[in-house]
Design a protein around this ligand. Structure first.
Ligand code: ZN
Length: 253
């Protein structure tokens, strides 16, 4: 699936708590409609728009060396309301802080609420999680793939920004692989691990066990099921960023 006609819509100065960025808006048109549901769309669901947008925050000189880059998926509940159901806002702040420390870098903010399923479906998934399902089971129960995100648009935007090599801030090997297959070299993976909180401990464990996320400070008490998972990362080792692909089977359950 590719994007056509990716273009910059606007650019402006953007002072933040962490320092002075430029804010850039991009839009791209999906060549084919995105199929994010495995079952017919539930009543009230919005059809996927063929136009997707992305905001880039850019600081400093991003061309003389591979910059640190974070691809962050929108999380209204975490980013805006400070939800403790997930680690999104601490990860966003970690990325902003890291870019500011380095004096250069790029934050790509994708409008993909709830790993692509949309805000209302995400709230329904929360309801199911309150009844005992984990984040992956809840998405599947609602008829969505476990992770509906795509990373082609961020890759196209990086190319428009003249960046072909990045140091990616992520715990998600699928992001590394997706960027590489879209023609962006990931020369280093920078950990996005945040201080754990009890309120999102189960959420993080699910991401590690079921979605192949890397936990750099793996606890000794790794549950047995992590070893059973086909895509469980080698705990405690420093994996080659591109080698840890999450299997397709995850989204075809
Ligand atoms: Zn979140």
């Amino acid at each position: 699936m590719g994007f056509t006609n990716v273009k910059k819509i606007a650019e402006a100065d953007f002072p933040t708590r962490w320092g002075a960025f430029r804010i850039l808006g991009f839009e791209g048109t999906l060549a084919e409609p995105r199929a994010i549901r495995e079952q017919p769309a539930p009543a009230g669901a919005q059809p996927a728009s063929p136009i997707e947008s992305l905001v880039a925050l850019v600081m400093g000189d991003i061309h003389s060396a591979p910059p640190v880059v974070r691809i962050h998926s929108q999380c209204l509940t975490g980013d805006v309301f400070g939800s403790l159901r997930c680690d999104c806002r601490p990860q966003l702040e970690l990325a902003m802080r890291r870019i500011a420390q380095e004096g250069a870098g790029i934050l790509l903010y994708e409008k993909q609420e709830g790993r692509g399923i949309g805000l209302m479906a995400k709230l329904k998934a929360y309801e199911l999680q309150d009844q005992g399902l984990d984040t992956v089971e809840a998405n599947v129960e609602l008829g969505y793939a476990a992770d509906c995100r795509e990373y082609e648009l961020p890759a196209e935007v990086l190319k428009l920004l003249g960046v072909s090599q990045v140091r990616l801030i992520t715990n998600n090997p699928e992001k590394v692989a997706a960027l590489e297959s879209a023609g962006i070299a990931v020369v280093e993976r920078v950990s996005a691990e945040v201080e754990p909180k009890e309120s999102f401990e189960r959420y993080l464990r699910t991401k590690v066990e079921k979605m192949g996320h890397i936990q750099d400070s793996a606890p000794d008490s790794t549950p047995d099921s992590a070893q059973d998972s086909v895509n469980g990362p080698a705990q405690g080792s420093a994996p080659d960023p591109a080698s840890n692909l999450a299997p397709d089977s995850l989204t075809r359950k």
